[in-house]
Every structure is written in structure tokens, then in C-alpha cells.
Design a protein around this ligand. Structure first.
Ligand code: SF4
Length: 763
């Protein structure tokens, strides 16, 4: 059975999500079948059983059901049909989850100590106790010398108890340098603090929206929770005229989302924020607004009007975005006239920061039509407040360490609203400013592959001692001094709090389906052991025997709230608290372990009450406008996020790599897409090998000529070009991250890296 990427996506949109994604006969697909022959044989006989848990391969928090044979061999993951968000569906990555468990080529199977030079690939297996003692000794010595602040923890794991545990550990130890990788919720917190005076996250009531204006969000390629979005698409495509929604995709290329949208607006790269302000100018000028909402909720509009009339008239915006003024006026009119319109920001999968300028400009459109905290619009979601941890008592050493400035500058005078700045962390670590880092602990992050800081490898290698908790031998782990290998999400106790973009609280329990198959431990267990070894107030801060106890504490918070329900319970009357029907926590816990998910649909997120002040001064810095193409670098390189290609810490599983089309990977060469006119202008033909060069370096790729690519651009998939992992990934394709031209957003300190000026030359 041949299924290409487009067919697959037609499946996603065209049918019931729970059944269209899940039954792909993946074990019989040739490359996967070849690869799977290296697994232990699947028992032919034996009773099967199912375990409900939560996928932790992204922050989507989907409910999963794992089929086991004789309780010891996992043979399939599919979606939990009762889960309130994914409703039985899974994205292709979730379906391939077992490949992370059994993929012995890339898994680190026991603690390893470096036995040669950094990156030499020479390792010595050691016992867990020896590895933990070595880390403990280093940490103890630094604390004794009042250098606890020179220990950093870089964490790419999503929200959950294990993440809280890691942050609490570093705080109790006495370092301010707990750094979380960028998540869209970081920018949402800055945005909502700036505009609404409250730090919170945003969620979108997409299934009920009637007009969706997406500013580059790859809705069908992994933005938000793919299963939720696929269901929303199904809602939008209902036959009834009353329900059918319009989807407008503003994008530089005819991506999957753009091809399936009602209209594709092929905009100049990185001018989405300018277009949004152009629409706002027209809406205010013409009075196409929700006047009552604005009168009662928003101030500062007069000043904003001055700015928009000065710099963002349709003619000015047409020049900047290369769209025509009629299109700008029509979009403004249609958006404001629609019932329940919503505008979305966050380019690609939403994994890379956009500027605060762009996020605010798009969010402003929702404010102008009153699509905030109402059906079909954007919700300001309250924090996930159910889970609380005991108060932390710090000792004198920890207090002194925490008084030191953070190396990344987050929450500093320069970036007072930004909570995490991993990019600034490495830039300052490179300069040893204001002090050098002595120990880096790293979990679910692979900066050597996915950071576009210049010379990231050299920067990482300046750090004297690196401890990786990775399950896989990725590029950064290859440079570590010690590896404390993590158990996968199928072998550990863990959880996830909330699901990005979903307008009600969801708690997913992650539980081991059997003990770890290799000599691994969960990151949480390793941290608890380190805390115990360090003793004193650090041990007191984490007084847990194991991760099951930690997770139980979180579950107790849910129970104590007396709210919400499990996935096997029918909807209740508005506001009814089903958790109150549990007579004891033990009964609640038993049910949670069997069902895997708690949620509280009656709690529609709504915070940020009162008036919101819009300050135009925050719209006066657009870092994108500083980068332009020119004589030396005449084309735009635009990164492309694909549902079938992982671009961060996780390696792509073979199942997904197999289904990358020839417009992405041909044999071992990355394939990039350009418009026929662009190809003709520089004498290129289909399949030509080219060098794509920016100010930061170059990559090699083959050309695919595609009418759906905007002229003057080259579209480069992100996620290939690994120098580590297994043969299905290593040395295949090219990695564009190092040649991205990163700009620092002066308002947030975040690295804004998207379109980059390049030159293209035939090799
Ligand atoms: S969307 Fe995320 S959480 Fe859901 S199945 Fe896919 S990888 Fe897992």
C-alpha cells in the first residue's frame, strides 16, 4: 500500500481522526519492516492487554492505549478513544512511539563515561551508583566553593511534575540557571503580560471558529495539537452552510495547510506582522470593529490609530508585503464581518519564537473584533493551578547562589517579562559573562543540532563538565562527559499538565508499561538520587522515595480541587464536580491509574478581566525589518516545518523518515523547493545539486521545482542533516539551523530566526 504525504494528510482531514490515522499498516511497510526485524520477536501467542497512558513525545498530551502481549511485549500504540482532545487519534509520531522504546541503535543502554576526547565516540559503561557519585562530587565541590550558580540545567521537556522537580532541584541546590527551551507559552506569557496585565497562556476555540486567519501557523503540519486541529478542520468542512468555516492561510509557500485552506495568501517572508497591522489600520479607519467590546475593554486605541495611519496604510503595507491593497482591504473586511473570527500566530509548528511585534500585531486583530474569551475565539487561560508543591526552604548557600544574575538574562532589567532565554544563555556562556558555567546538566535538548548560535559546538565544549540525561546518542550527548540515560515515556512515571491551545485543563498520567528494558532510569529518579546524595536542605526539598510518589502528590492536587472528571465518565451538568464523588484519594488514584487522564471541561479558561491597555510603543520594534535580501544574498531561505519530520531533540523515527516524499529527501540529499521562474533566472533544472549560502555558512541540497513556492525563495525542510543517531538519520540531508540568520528581538531577548537571505549556486 503506497501512501504519500499528501494522501496521508487527505486522510487526516477527510475522515474521523481516531480511525484514519491509527490503522496505517505500518509494520508491513518495507523499510520499517526491515528495521523492525532487529527487534526482539513478537510473541505469536499469549493474551493481550491494554494500558491507558499519555504520550510525551511532544507537549500535545494525547491519551494513548498501548497493546501488550503477555504483559511484556508492546506491539501497538493507538489513541485513547475517550480522551477529550485526541479522541482516539494520534499523530504519526505518536503512532511510531514504540520505535523509541525498541530502537536499540540509538538508545543509550547504560550509564556511560567518556573514555576519549570529546566527541570521539569512546565510552566506558559504568554503574549507576558510580555515575551518580561522580556528579554528586562535582556538585558538592562547587557548592563548597560558593560556585553553585555556575551549574546550569537546560531542559527541553514539556510541563509536568518531572520538569517541576528539575527546576526545584536546581533552586534548592542554589543556581538561578535553570533554563527551559523555548515554548510558545513563553511568548504568550510575555504578550498577555504586555497587553492584558496578566501572565498566562492562550488557547483557541478552533472547532467553533467561523473564520480562521492563520499567519503562517502550520495547522496541518504540527502546530498545536495535530489531532485537535484535524478535528477542527473536520468541523470547518461540514456541509451545512451555517457551519462551514473559511480558512485563510498567509504563508510564503503552498504548504499542506495552504493547499487545503480556502485561500492562500502568498506573502513576502517575515512580513506577517506588517500585514496584521495593515488589516488593523483598515478596520479602525472603516469602523469595522466590535465597538462595544472596545469601549468597555480596551484603552490606548487613539494612540494606536496614529501609529497605524502613519506607517501601516494599505499602500504602505502593500509595498512591504508585496500583496495588493485590494487584498488587504478585503481581508480586513471579511475578518471583521465574520461570525466568530480568530487570528493565529506562531509560524511553522510554533517551536521557534516570532517577534513580540508580530505576536501583538496578530493578537490585536482578535481584540478589535472582540474575539477574546468568547466562543470561537482566543481564551486567556488561567494557570494550571491544581498541582501545588510544598514550600521550599533554602539554605544560606542556595540563597547566595540564587542572588547571582541568571546567565540568560531572563527577568533582568533588559528583558523583564521573559522567563527563559536559552539562546542568550549560550551567547553569554561563550563570553563567560558575567561568569563561566562549570557544569551543564541537559535533558531533552540537543542544542548542538538545533541552535543557530554561531559556533555552538565550540561554546558547548568550553563547559568543563557536561552531564546528559538523554535516552539517545544525539549530537549534544555525543559531547557529554557523562550520560545518565533516561527511560522512555513508556518505562517511567511522569505526567503532563495542560495541553497547549486547548481551552480547558487536562492532566495526563504517564505510567510504566513494564520496567525499563535497558539499564536506564527516569530523569526524575536520577534527580532524586542526586538530591539524596547531596543531603541537607536539597534532600529536604525533594523528600520523595521515587517518582511514583512525586506523581501521586500532583494527583492529590487534582483530588483536593474536587473538580474535573476521568475519561470514562459522561459529561456532567455545567460546573458539577465529579471528583467530589470519590470517597478517598486512594479511590481517585486507582481510577486515574486505570484511565490515564483527568480533565475539567467546565473550566473554560478566562483570565485577564478588566480593561486592557494597548501601548503602541510595544509595536515599534520589528526585528524582521532589519534583515533584507540584497546583491550578495538575493534570495530568501525559508525553513519548512513538516509533520513527518522532527526538528528538535527527538530523532525522526524510521516510520516517518520512510514517508518523507521525494520533495524532501532524495536518497541521502536534502531536497529544497523553488519556483520555476526563480530556477530559470539562475539556470537551474529539476534535481540540480546546489549550494545555499548565508552569512553564517552553507548547505548542499537538490532542487525541486514547484509552482507553489513563492518566487525569490528557497524552502528548506528542517530536521535532517544529523551527525548522530542511527543509520536511518545520520549523514542524510543537510541541517539548515547553523546557517539561519538569527535576530535578537530587543523587546524579549528571544532569537527570532526564520527567513534568511542566501545565495544559491549550482555545484
Ligand atoms: S501530538 Fe504529540 S502528544 Fe499527541 S500523539 Fe503526537 S507526539 Fe504524541
Amino acid at each position: 500500500m503506497a501512501i504519500d504525504r499528501r494522501d496521508f494528510l487527505k486522510f487526516v482531514v477527510g475522515g474521523a481522526v481516531g480511525t484514519v490515522i491509527s490503522p496505517l499498516p505500518w509494520v508491513s511497510m518495507d523499510e520499517v519492516a526491515k528495521w523492525s526485524q532487529r527487534w526482539a520477536p513478537i510473541p505469536e501467542k499469549g493474551g493481550d492487554s491494554y494500558i491507558l497512558s499519555t504520550c510525551k513525545l511532544c507537549s500535545g498530551g494525547c491519551g494513548i492505549r498501548i497493546r501488550l502481549i503477555e504483559g511484556k511485549r508492546a506491539v501497538k500504540i493507538d489513541g485513547n478513544p475517550n480522551h477529550p482532545v485526541n479522541r482516539g487519534g494520534l499523530c504519526p509520531l505518536g503512532l511510531a512511539g514504540l520505535q523509541y522504546l525498541y530502537q536499540e541503535d540509538i538508545r543509550v543502554r547504560s550509564p556511560l563515561k567518556r573514555a576519549g576526547g570529546r566527541g570521539s565516540g569512546q565510552w566506558k559503561p559504568i554503574a549507576w551508583e558510580e555515575a551518580l557519585s561522580e556528579v554528586t562530587a562535582r556538585l558538592k565541590e562547587l557548592r563548597l566553593n560558593h560556585l553553585s550558580h555556575t551549574v546550569a540545567f537546560l531542559n527541553g521537556a514539556g510541563e509536568g511534575s518531572q520538569t517541576q522537580l528539575a527546576a526545584r532541584f536546581l533552586k534548592a541546590y542554589g543556581s538561578p540557571n535553570y533554563i527551559q527551551l523555548f515554548q510558545l507559552s513563553d511568548l504568550e506569557a510575555i504578550l498577555t503580560q504586555t497587553l492584558h496585565g496578566v501572565r498566562t497562556r492562550l488557547s483557541y476555540d478552533l472547532p467553533r471558529a467561523h473564520y480562521i486567519l492563520s499567519f503562517g501557523s502550520a495547522l496541518l503540519d504540527g502546530w498545536g495539537n495535530p489531532c485537535w486541529i484535524a478535528q477542527a478542520f473536520k468541523e470547518w468542512r461540514r456541509d451545512s452552510r451555517q457551519r462551514r468555516a473559511r480558512v485563510i492561510q498567509i504563508d510564503t509557500m503552498a504548504t499542506t495547510t495552504a493547499s487545503l485552506a480556502d485561500e492562500w495568501i502568498a506573502i513576502k517572508p517575515d512580513s506577517e506582522g506588517v500585514l496584521a497591522l495593515g488589516l488593523a489600520q483598515v478596520m479602525i479607519e472603516k469602523g469595522w470593529l466590535d465597538k462595544e467590546f472596545i469601549r468597555s475593554r480596551i484603552s490606548g486605541l487613539e494612540e494606536l490609530k496614529g501609529l497605524l495611519n502613519k506607517d501601516y496604510t494599505p499602500d504602505q503595507v502593500a509595498g512591504e508585503t508585496t500583496l495588493d491593497r485590494e487584498t488587504i482591504i478585503r481581508l480586513a473586511k471579511d475578518f471583521s464581518a465574520a461570525k466568530q473570527p480568530v487570528a493565529l500566530w506562531g509560524k511553522g509548528k510554533g517551536e521557534s519564537p516570532v517577534s513580540l511585534f508580530e505576536a501583538q500585531a496578530v493578537h490585536l486583530l482578535n481584540l478589535l473584533v472582540g474575539s477574546v474569551n468568547r466562543p470561537g475565539g482566543v481564551y486567556l487561560q488561567p494557570d494550571f493551578q491544581y498541582v501545588t508543591w510544598p514550600k521550599l526552604d533554602l539554605d544560606e548557600t542556595a540563597r547566595k547562589g540564587l542572588d547571582q544574575p541568571r546567565l540568560d538574562g531572563a527577568f533582568s532589567n533588559q528583558y523583564p517579562k521573559t522567563g527563559q532565554l536559552a539562546g542568550r544563555f549560550f551567547a553569554n556562556a561563550n563570553l563567560k559573562k558575567p561568569y563561566p558555567i562549570n557544569v551543564l546538566l541537559i535533558n531533552e535538548a540537543n542544542p548542538v543540532f538545533s541552535f543557530s548560535e554561531k559556533n555552538i559546538l565550540e561554546v558547548v565544549n568550553q563547559i568543563p563538565f557536561i552531564v546528559s540525561f538523554s535516552s539517545f546518542m544525539d549530537e549534544t550527548t555525543s559531547q557529554a562527559d557523562l550520560i545518565l540515560p533516561a527511560s522512555t515515556f513508556l518505562e517511567r512515571w511522569d505526567d503532563s499538565y495542560g495541553i497547549p491551545g486547548i481551552p480547558f485543563p487536562v492532566y495526563g498520567l504517564v505510567k510504566p508499561i513494564f520496567p525499563p528494558i535497558y539499564n536506564t532510569r527516569s530523569v526524575g529518579e536520577a534527580i532524586l538520587s542526586l538530591a539524596k546524595n547531596l543531603g541537607g536542605s536539597i534532600q529536604a526539598a525533594l523528600p520523595f522515595e521515587n517518582m511514583e510518589e512525586v506523581i501521586k502528590l500532583s494527583a492529590k492536587g487534582l483530588f483536593d480541587s474536587r473538580k474535573g472528571r476521568m475519561t470514562d465518565e459522561p459529561p456532567s451538568a455545567e460546573g458539577k464536580s465529579l471528583a467530589s464523588s470519590f470517597e478517598s484519594f486512594d479511590k481517585f488514584w486507582e481510577k486515574l491509574v486505570s484511565q490515564g487522564t483527568w480533565y475539567h471541561p467546565e473550566s473554560k479558561g478566562e483570565s485577564g478581566k478588566g480593561r486592557w491597555a494597548f501601548s503602541p510603543s510595544t509595536l515599534q520594534n520589528n526585528p524582521q525589518e532589519k534583515v533584507q535580501t540584497g546583491k550578495d544574498y538575493p534570495f530568501w531561505m525559508v525553513p519548512q516545518s513538516l509533520l513527518l519530520l522532527q526538528s528538535g531533540y527527538l530523532p525522526n523515527p524510521p516510520f516517518l523518515t520512510k514517508y518523507l516524499g521525494e520533495e524532501t529527501l532524495k536518497k541521502n540529499k536534502l531536497v529544497v523547493q523553488i519556483h520555476p521562474n526563480t530556477a530559470r533566472a539562475i539556470s537551474l533544472r529539476e534535481g540540480d545539486l546546489v549550494e545555499i549560502k548565508s552569512v553564517n555558512g552553507k548547505i548542499e541540497a537538490r532542487i525541486h521545482i514547484f509552482e507553489g513556492a513563492r518566487p525569490g525563495c528557497v524552502f528548506v525542510p528542517i530536521g535532517m542533516g544529523h551527525k548522530a543517531y542511527d543509520p536511518t538519520l545520520k549523514d542524510r540531508g543537510a541541517n539548515p539551523y547553523p546557517i539561519l540568520d538569527t535576530r535578537v528581538d530587543s523587546l524579549t531577548g528571544l532569537d527570532v530566526a526564520w527567513a534568511t537571505p542566501v545565495k544559491i549556486q549550482k555545484v
